[in-house]
Every structure is written in structure tokens, then in C-alpha cells.
Design a protein around this ligand. Structure first.
Ligand code: CA
Length: 224
């Protein structure tokens, strides 16, 4: 059982490596996202333990890249931030589980064993509304069977709308959840991205799914 640890804090990395080796695993270490991504693409691992905050390429970028290349090695995220949106984001990007730092080694070992017990078959969460489908595991969007070419941000935005479909979402909420920013009233980042998203998701199709609620925000829903 071979595990890859991508972690820039040397003490943490060494401690995890030693602990896992004592429990019978073979462990490779990478200190940054670049090296971690390279090892994950070129070697075979049963599990990748991936720190979110890494110098250069962060953990989000590493997993996004792997899933795009259809490398489905299970990923356990280590996050220092106990923010709900970080957990959701990790899972949306295709992580299998996450641990919030600091954690006990026994907890990491339990999660590791639990992920490995699930075996190589990955459940791929798919969000859908009408003929719109978002495959979170493979990071693919389709409408009416046609692939939609979305940027990572547009994908994230659409995924948020789909998770909350039928609900009117304010621009403030969208900015907080998708951009992780406190919304400035003069910023039109949400509008700009929503327009681009609509040009791909709605414009080529007869039935519109994204609707503007004037003065409030947006709702994704199927209307008769
Ligand atoms: Ca780190």
C-alpha cells in the first residue's frame, strides 16, 4: 500500500511518514504542489494526503489538475482552515475526505483506512437539473448531452447554483461562497461571471435555467 504525502511543513511530513510506515505503508514525500502533482501522475498510489496550503501550486490546483486528467487516486485533504466552504470546495474538486489541522495521528490513520476500504471505485457525485449535468468528480459540465467548456470559476459558480437550485441567491452570498470575498457594493464580479456562464449554459438553449431576480440576485431553476 503506497501513499503519497504532499506537505511543505517538514516536521509534519516526517511525523506522518514515520507513523504511516510504522503501520505498514510505503510512503513517498513531496514538499510542494509541483512535485506532488508530478509524482501523482507518474506513480501509482492507493492514497494521496494533500495539504491545501502549499508554496507555489496549492492543493486545490493539484487535485483539479489530477481529476481533469482522470487520475482518480483517492485524496485526503489537510486543511488548516476550519471553514465550511473549504471542506465543500475540497469535496467538490474530487477529494474523498478532509482533516482539519491540528489532528491526532490516530484520526489520520482511521480516515486513511476508511478511504482505502472503499476500494478503487470512486463515487462521482453528479448534480443535475433538467438537461444540465455537473460531474463534480470528473469536473465536467454538460447540457443536453453537449459538453460545456467552463473555466474553473464558472464551474464553481454553476456548482454552487446547482447545489442550491430553486433558491434565490443574493450577489453577496454568491461572492462570499464562490469568491471567498466580502462583497463590495461597487464590484460587479458576480454579474460579469454570471453573464459569461449564461452565454454558455443558457444562450445556446431554448429553455433558460439561470434567472435574475431583480434587486436580489439569481436563481437556477426550471420554469414552465
Ligand atoms: Ca502547508
Amino acid at each position: 500500500m503506497k501513499i503519497l504525502i504532499v506537505e511543505d511543513e517538514r516536521k509534519t511530513a516526517a511525523y506522518l511518514k514515520r507513523g504511516l510506515e510504522e503501520n505498514g505503508f510505503v510512503v513517498d514525500l513531496a514538499e510542494n504542489g509541483e512535485d506532488g502533482g508530478h509524482l501523482a501522475r507518474t506513480q501509482t498510489y492507493e492514497l494521496i494526503i494533500l495539504d491545501v496550503l502549499l508554496p507555489g501550486r496549492d492543493g486545490w490546483s493539484v487535485i483539479t489538475d489530477l481529476r481533469r486528467q482522470e487520475i482518480s487516486t483517492p485524496v485526503l485533504f489537510l486543511t488548516a482552515r476550519d471553514a465550511v466552504r473549504d471542506r465543500v470546495k475540497g469535496l467538490e474538486l474530487g477529494a474523498d475526505d478532509y482533516l482539519v489541522k491540528p489532528f491526532d495521528f490516530s484520526e489520520l490513520l482511521a480516515r486513511t483506512r476508511s478511504i482505502l476500504r472503499r476500494g478503487p471505485v470512486r463515487r462521482t457525485p453528479v448534480l443535475a437539473l433538467a438537461d444540465l449535468e455537473l460531474d463534480l468528480g470528473r469536473h465536467r459540465a454538460r447540457r443536453g448531452g453537449q459538453a460545456l467548456d467552463l473555466t474553473p470559476k464558472e464551474f464553481q459558480l454553476l456548482s454552487f447554483l446547482l447545489q442550491r437550485s430553486g433558491e434565490v441567491l443574493s450577489r453577496t452570498l454568491i461572492a462570499e461562497q464562490v469568491w471567498d470575498i466580502n462583497f463590495e457594493s461597487d464590484s460587479n464580479v458576480v454579474e460579469v461571471h454570471m453573464r459569461r456562464l449564461r452565454s454558455k449554459v443558457d444562450d445556446p438553449f431554448e429553455k433558460k435555467l439561470i434567472h435574475t431576480v431583480r434587486g436580489v440576485g439569481y436563481v437556477l431553476e426550471q420554469r414552465a
